[in-house]
Design a protein around this ligand. Sequence first.
Ligand SMILES: Nc1ncnc2c1ncn2[C@@H]1O[C@H](COP(=O)(O)OP(=O)(O)OP(=O)(O)O)[C@@H](O)[C@H]1O
Ligand SMILES: O=C(O)C1=C[C@@H](O)[C@@H](O)[C@H](O)C1
Length: 291
Amino acid sequence: MEGRAAAPGAGTVVNALATGRGAAFALDLETTATVTLDPDEEGVAGAIDGAPDGDTTLIERCVERVIDRYGAGEGGTVETESEVPTAAGLKSSSAAANAAVVATLSALGLEVANDPDADVTKTEACRVGVRAARDAGVTVTGAFDDASASMLGGVTVTDNREDDLLVSDDPFAEHALVWTPPERAYSADADVTACERVAPMAELATQLALDGDYARAMTVNGLAFSAALGFPTDPAVEAMAECDGVSLSGTGPSVVAVGNRDDLTAVRERWDERDGETRLTTTRERGARVL
Ligand SMILES: Nc1ncnc2c1ncn2[C@@H]1O[C@H](COP(=O)(O)OP(=O)(O)OP(=O)(O)O)[C@@H](O)[C@H]1O
Ligand SMILES: O=C(O)C1=C[C@@H](O)[C@@H](O)[C@H](O)C1
């Protein structure tokens, strides 16, 4: 029994660490998971391609949780390959969890679709990965905002306190520019108290997102959370006049801008002078998929 699936990373519209409500949008950077199941095996062994010492707890918990709920006690293996840098604010954990959950469901012969008549709906599959992320301790709120954007594609607004999907919408921009500095920031280590101090600005950004003004929501969010978490605001200031929206993504350190491709190309020349990597990519309408 084998299943393969891919899920995209995402960028932040609103960080949920201040209020529990958040919003995110899918980016065209993917993680792929391959799962093999055997009724005679016990336990699940994980591996991350290119990271022999990487922490595999999250993807193992995803497979175990799917088997507990939909399987018959199978054991097996799960391996990921990823274009999404880990702990960079681009939702590597959500992409890995969704890919592992969908690949396991596929190995069990179950159809996952954004359709109430499917064996498992995408939203329910996403909630399994969020529970696994809480088990693995890689998240503060469960990050249902990031996970739902990765699973469903487009942009989502959620209440992570209830794993409630408030809005699921088409992408609000076609092109995205991503700057990823060399350092890493694990979400589980983020200063939640500092984030809670910018709750009034997070509320404003959430209201803008609920009104469909996702790009301005991003910019308000980015200024507030860069200040709260101690990341520089100058990459956003350098981009603001030319792009539709720009924000610190997740708990950083990446910064993501959306807008017109020519304008983002001009911003890229400035961001290229910084340490780290810049990527000009696109947003994604399609979320997780079976391969
Ligand atoms: N390709 C992968 N395969 C398996 N596990 C992964 C993979 N990528 C990330 N993870 C897990 O997710 C953890 C990183 O989660 P974290 O939330 O800190 O990063 P992120 O999701 O990239 O950041 P953010 O939530 O700010 O966007 C890793 O320590 C690992 O446990
Ligand atoms: O760990 C978490 O709960 C989160 C981490 C970041 O990606 C945030 O952007 C997200 O809203 C919530």
